[in-house]
Design a binder for this molecule. Structure first.
Ligand code: ADP
Ligand code: ZN
Length: 763
């Protein structure tokens, strides 16, 4: 017997478990179990008097002198986390200083990690598949001759990627069941009962993409398809340049010719239903739409369909990045600048960065698309780590709309001065310049549509005492309460604290409280009073609490049942309505003065994106921006649609003091219920890191702070933070992990420390 087989080495695996600990767990594998167990496979293990499901990470050396518990069972035949996903999990855990077990949990549907959880059975549906392809016109003429209904069914099916539900096909083609029977007999189609995810998008009609890419689109498509595995492309295409068609053609090639699969990330599904409809129009049932509205059962169904290869394109927000597809050929990140790609709880990953890591592991291409790329991606291209592709013009001959600036400081003064002497006070004049009012009016007369942006919901921003100037603040969070008119109350936008509007000041007893600032509800009221005939829709968090409310509002706009859509930044994302010829920005300044290094970048993106909603059709369009800060570079460059000009100025401002993309940043936040204890813990934590830096001689690491967070209290928790900056990513990884894992915070007063690496907000 060869020496290596005797004595038999104890078989032992390393397992990641869903617990907030920076460690993994070793288990013995009983002799009767199949060996080896592939990494990424789910296993059933005893853990703290219960049975848990974990992910096998691979074989490990049994630790000396410890009796290991035995694995109970192997759950999967094939790994739930294929190698590239496991690789991505390890990278996320490492880079963002998160426990691997929690990272793995974030990647899988909840149902997969609960032992004994009943996964709801899927519904079945009759699906029609195309069996025989008839690519040429001649073949079709010969096959169908006068069977026009059969031909209609065939072409509908083809347009939907070769598979569709029988029911939806029958309604679309308006034909009888006999047509399908005849086609089955002729061997043209097959009809099967299949389990389908209960996907609300399945009921929506897809939208067929434009048939022919323009030369600029073609050049981008060809460049991307010629890329090496793992290569990153930054598709900088102005608003309306037709980035979606580029994605679709790339996907088509990757799916058809290379036989591979694809992932498409969008910022938020309910707000991007138009984009999703286009992917469905091009690829029909090959698309699985993953979104936050899915129930656990639906999510599991979608996951299964992708895993079994029944659907080959995953479209979804952030976590669609973890779709269990194999052979991924391309990962697309649409609107890559959106901050919603960053997860705000552990693991605090950025989907764009994780997408690049997964794509490398898959040998897939990456396309990051935006009209206003993040400075990180722009700089990545400058460094040669991404290939920049440009779509400089709007598709189909449309033009970028002219943008007009209205300086509200003088506009309001003039409007008030020119009133008739006895005219009653009109609050409209403080909010809307005559220019914007005239523009809205002319749209109404012409039957065209307007969008009005105000990035603040509620009625008035806050309520202030006339006498002492006191502002009503949330008792749990350090922010002013927002006045809401329907129902009338003061609401905290962080914790939902509601309170009645006081009739007098709690501090000085003064009787009149003044509403200051401006919210979407007030704008809606003013607009409705001024234009009583107009059909107005408002879109903000308050009107869109239902699962599909956003989509419904947008569909109404699409059907031209709405004359004026007003809303928060929600209305700036990717809408493509040709009849929208006016975009009005009621107040461009709401985000400019936030104490955050990204305030200008955010404002520029928002203004450019919302401006980009105008003039998408043959009627053209215009944009009117009201501001009291006309010199701010975020505003001036948005006026000329000058992304490159903005970036140069903003990049200059990020060098001294250094901010991303010129330095790696981690935000270390300490929170707790007692103000004093929180401040003390944050100070002690910062001191602990300073000592560490001194001991280890870490010269390329800067600590800024500690200080109270700009919003120093949320939901009854006080918040302090300090920043770590380093130009060396590896050093940052090491320190971030060390701080997250070891930095001592007293356990008693509910104190918590979190490390947010590459933060998108410092508020
Ligand atoms: P983006 O995402 O870059 O802002 P979209 O992908 O929404 O732009 O495209 C803008 C509009 O132009 C859409 O209505 C789209 O159907 C149309 N479009 C795009 N490419 C073409 C093309 N090659 N020919 C005709 N229309 C096109
Ligand atoms: Zn609050």
């Amino acid at each position: 017997m060869p020496a290596s087989l005797w004595p038999p080495a104890p078989r032992c695996v390393d397992v990641a478990l869903d617990v907030p600990l920076f460690r993994t767990f070793a288990y013995r594998v009983p002799a009767e179990m199949a060996w080896p167990i592939a990494a990424g496979t789910r296993v059933l293990v005893p853990f703290r008097n219960r049975t848990a499901i974990g992910i096998c990470l691979g074989e490990t050396e049994p630790p000396a002198g410890v009796t290991l518990k035995a694995l109970r069972a192997v759950v999967d035949d094939t790994p739930s986390l294929p190698a590239p996903l496991l690789h991505t999990a390890r990278w996320i855990a490492d880079w963002y200083a998160a426990p691997l077990g929690l990272t793995v949990r974030a990647m899988l549907p909840a149902a997969l990690l609960q032992p004994g959880a009943a996964v709801p059975a899927s519904r079945t549906q009759r699906l029609v598949h195309l069996v025989q392809e008839l690519p040429s016109l001649l073949q079709r003429e010969q096959t169908f001759a006068r069977a026009t209904q059969q031909r209609a069914v065939y072409e509908l099916l083809e347009a939907q990627g070769g598979a569709a539900s029988l029911e939806s096909l029958r309604t679309q083609a308006g034909c009888s069941a006999g047509v399908f029977t005849a086609m089955v007999k002729r061997g043209l189609i097959a009809v099967r009962d299949e389990s389908v995810p209960r996907d609300p998008f399945a009921a929506r009609a897809g939208v067929a993409p434009p048939p022919h890419p323009s030369p600029a689109q073609r050049a981008a498509i060809d460049a991307i398809l010629a890329g090496d595995p793992g290569q990153v492309f930054l598709l900088h295409g102005i608003t309306g340049s037709g980035k979606t068609l580029v994605y679709i053609e790339v996907l088509r090639e990757v799916l058809r010719t290379q036989g591979r699969t694809a992932i498409v990330l969008v910022p938020e599904i309910a707000l991007t239903s138009q984009t999703v409809d286009r992917f469905r129009g091009a690829f029909g049932n090959d698309v699985a739409v993953l979104h936050s509205g899915l129930s656990d059962g639906e999510r599991f169904d979608a996951w299964q369909a992708l895993r079994r290869g029944e659907r080959r394109i995953a479209v979804g927000a952030r976590s669609a990045l973890f779709a269990p597809l194999e052979q991924v050929g391309v990962v697309i990140v649409d609107e890559e600048h959106e901050s919603s790609y960053k997860q705000s709880e552990t693991p605090r990953y950025h989907a764009r960065e994780a997408a690049i890591v997964r794509a490398r592991a898959e040998g897939a291409l990456v396309v990051l698309g935006s009209a206003t790329p993040s400075l990180e991606s722009w700089e990545r291209a400058d460094r040669g780590q991404a290939v920049r592709l440009t779509l400089p013009d709007r598709a189909a001959g449309a033009q970028l709309p002219p943008v007009q600036l209205v300086d509200m400081r003088s506009a309001v003064k003039e409007a008030l001065a020119s009133r008739a002497p006895q005219a009653p006070y009109d609050p409209l004049l403080r909010v809307f310049s005559p220019v914007l009012l005239a523009a809205i009016e002319s749209r109404l007369t012409r039957g065209e549509q307007s969008l009005l942006l105000l990035n603040r919901r509620g009625f008035a921003a806050f309520v202030q005492c006339h006498g002492c100037g006191d502002v009503q603040v949330c008792p749990h969070c350090s922010i002013s309460l927002t006045y809401h008119r329907v129902p009338e109350s003061l609401v905290c936008h962080y914790c939902q604290h509601h309170t009645d509007v006081p009739s007098s000041c709690a501090r000085c007893g003064h009787a009149t409280l003044q509403r200051r600032g401006l919210g979407t509800q007030q704008v809606e009221k003013l607009v409705a009073e001024r234009f009583p005939e107009a059909r107005i829709a408002r879109m903000d968090v308050d009107t869109t609490s239902g699962k599909w409310a956003h989509t419904q509002i947008l569909d109404r706009v699409g059907r031209q049942e709405v004359d004026i859509l007003l809303g928060t930044q929600m209305i700036a994302k990717g809408l493509d309505f040709p009849n929208v010829t006016l975009v009005g920005v009621v107040d461009a300044d709401t985000g400019l003065n936030l104490p955050d290094f990204r305030a200008s970048e955010r404002t520029f993106q928002l203004l450019s994106q919302v401006a980009g909603r105008a003039g998408r059709g043959p009627k053209g369009g215009e944009v009117i921006v009201q501001t009291r800060m006309p010199q701010a570079h975020a505003v001036t460059h948005a006026l000329t649609h000058d992304f490159v000009g903005f970036v140069h100025e903003e990049l200059g401002a990020r060098r001294h003091p250094a901010y991303p993309p010129f330095v790696h940043l981690a935000n270390v936040m300490v929170s707790g219920v007692h103000q004093g204890a929180t401040a003390a813990a944050a100070t002690a934590a910062a001191e602990w890191v300073t000592q560490l830096m001194r001991r280890q001689g870490l010269r390329d690491l800067v600590l800024v702070g500690p200080a109270p967070c700009p919003i120093d209290r949320i939901k009854d928790r006080w918040r302090w933070h300090f920043l770590l900056k380093s130009s060396q990513p590896r050093l940052m990884t090491r320190v971030a992990r060390y701080v997250a894992e070891r930095c001592p915070v007293p356990a008693d007063s509910g104190l918590r420390l979190v490390v947010d690496r590459d933060p998108v907000s410092l508020l």
